[in-house]
Design a binder for this molecule. Structure first.
Ligand code: GDP
Length: 536
């Protein structure tokens, strides 16, 4: 189908990764502004604030001034349709942050020029690496006195183990910041904080005498630095970028709108369109099902997509949820009949929504790379898939080992059932995980960020009427156990206090510390201790 090919070729689906305060919200807003999706910068923050007002548990976000949930923004730019997936930026992020990265085809990494590579950038880049996601880098806040750009690139290469290919080069920084030189277009964009879109003038050619006029005291330094950079840094290599081995680097100042357009153009010109996904497919043959692994390509005409995120309704009185589906192949049309993998049922999808930055619209059609929101009452699960006729299960949607653990306790023992139900349902949304040690009746909650415990306590109270509190629990990390069933059984008998079942009934080792984990590993060499588990 020609239209399918054209539509998918113009899709770009990406997320921004960064450490808190590097400027992700500012950059998101400016990207939307340059994309014409919002009229005035400031709307994103305002909209976030309005959203906060809509529910009680969201109240928690408001109190902390952060965004717990991530969202999706779609807007047209040049010949493309851009899908920007937002990931929570606070230090206390959740698994959603990680899992959203499995639904994108590329990422933009924002680095604060003053702080360089920070802890959360390292973690998020590690997640991108699981799928070799191509990454563009934006070094932000050049209007401040930051670290020397060469040093920043060295740090990225060393700490993040990815080659840097500067695409632009800054002319000084802080008070002396004059703009950037585009190494491949041979143009200089002059910085002017007063200009509406951050750029005062664009000059062609590094040897243009106009430069000597404009920055007489900086031009020599700039020319020699550019020469040095050309000689000493990697040249842009598209194949290496697409393989996740090299990152093209742009410099700018998001709050001053500077460098943002070059970045958005790079998303259109360099970033990949929707990519193929691995899946296990099954076709009914008589009474049995033949399963095989294959790659689903976006240009296949039959629709398919997977659920990477479940979000509770903003209104706690209605326990419905929205399942975020990444379209992997084919065309979605309102009313299309799709098979849901987890239930095996076929449904007519009439009420899916898309996320045009202006508004949240009920959609008529969607294409590979787009995100659909499917309202449901808890019948759609994380990792679920929707497809036309074929049974399909996308692989590689991960569950991450939590790093924080708490034991759930209630003040009123009569509410035990509600507590169990609430924890189970909230765990199904995927922001926390529930573990049941095999030798006790404890309910252990694991999360990637500690803020999730507050969210869960708050929601248990408001949505399930359970007043619960969380106690510290002496576990520092979890590993899923794979291997010989008899060996796992033996481990469960010997170290029963540390072995638990997760929500899916999988065996998990809860390690009090690294030393214990390493010792147990050595004792049971035939068991594999996995840090991530694929959702089935
Ligand atoms: P996030 O936590 O990554 O979403 O970061 P924000 O976008 O909220 O930005 C954090 C702070 O950095 C805010 O006070 C912004 O105004 C500021 N900021 C963002 N971009 C720039 C920039 O280019 N220059 C300067 N000086 N400050 C910036």
């Amino acid at each position: 189908m020609q239209e399918l090919k054209e539509q998918l070729a113009r899709r770009r689906t990406f997320a921004i990764i960064s450490h808190p305060d590097a400027g992700k919200t500012t950059l998101t807003e400016k990207l939307l502004w340059f994309g014409g999706a919002i009229q005035v910068a400031g709307e994103v923050r305002a909209r976030k604030a309005a959203r906060h007002a809509t529910s009680d548990w969201m109240e928690l976000e408001k109190q902390r001034g952060i965004s717990v949930t991530s969202s999706v923004m779609q807007f047209p730019y040049r010949e493309c349709m851009i899908n920007l997936l937002d990931t929570p930026g606070h230090e206390d992020f959740s698994e959603d942050t990680y899992r959203t990265l499995t639904a994108v085809d590329s990422a933009v990494m924002v680095i604060d020029s003053v702080n360089g590579v920070e802890a959360q950038t390292i973690k998020l880049l590690g997640v991108c690496r699981l799928r070799d996601t191509p990454i563009l880098t934006f070094i932000n806040k050049l209007d401040r006195e930051g670290r020397p750009p060469i040093e920043l690139l060295d740090e990225i290469e060393e700490v993040l183990k990815i080659q840097c290919a500067p695409m632009t080069w800054p002319i000084s920084m802080g008070k002396r910041f004059r703009g950037v030189y585009h190494l491949y277009d041979d143009t200089i964009a002059f910085f002017d904080p007063q200009a509406e879109k951050g750029t005062a003038e664009i000059i062609q050619g590094i040897n243009n005498p106009r430069l000597d006029e404009l920055i007489p005291d900086q031009v020599d330094e700039m020319r020699s630095e550019v020469e040095l950079v050309r000689g000493a840094s990697h040249t842009f290599d598209r194949a290496a970028y697409l393989a996740g081995k090299q990152t093209p680097v742009f410099f700018g100042s998001a709050s001053n709108n500077f460098g943002v357009q070059s970045l958005l153009d790079a998303v259109v010109d360099l970033s990949p369109p929707p990519q193929p996904r691995d899946a296990i497919v099954g076709n009914s043959v008589g009474n049995s099902v033949d399963k095989l692994t294959r790659t689903v390509t976006p240009d296949e005409e039959k629709f398919s997509g997977f659920v990477f995120k479940i979000q509770a309704n903003m209104d706690p009185k209605h326990r419905d949820r929205i399942a975020f589906v990444r379209v992997c192949s084919g065309k979605f049309e309102r009313g299309i009949k799709l098979k849901q993998r987890s239930t095996g049922k076929t449904l007519a999808i009439n009420n899916a929504i898309t996320f045009m930055a202006q508004d949240r619209n009920t959609t008529d059609e969607a294409w590979p790379g787009d995100i659909l929101g499917i309202p449901n009452h808890g019948t759609v699960v994380l990792g679920d898939a929707f497809s036309e006729d074929e049974d399909i299960q996308f692989t590689g949607i991960p569950c991450f080992a939590p790093e924080h653990f708490r034991r759930a306790q209630i003040r009123n023992p009569m509410k035990m059932k509600q507590l169990q139900k609430g924890l189970q349902q909230l765990a199904e949304e995927g922001a926390t995980q529930l573990f049941r040690p095999i030798h006790s009746n404890d309910l252990i909650l694991g999360a990637v960020g500690t803020l999730q415990f507050d969210v869960v306590a708050h929601r248990l109270e408001f949505e399930y009427g359970v007043d619960c509190f969380f106690e510290p629990y002496n576990v520092s990390t979890a590993r899923w156990l794979r291997g010989d069933a008899a060996m796992i059984q033996q481990l469960a008998e010997k170290s029963g206090v540390n072995v638990a079942l997760d929500g899916a009934g999988d065996y998990v080792y809860l390690a009090p510390n690294r030393v214990n984990l390493n010792m147990t590993r050595e004792k049971y060499p035939d068991i594999v201790f996995l840090e991530t588990r694929e959702i089935h």
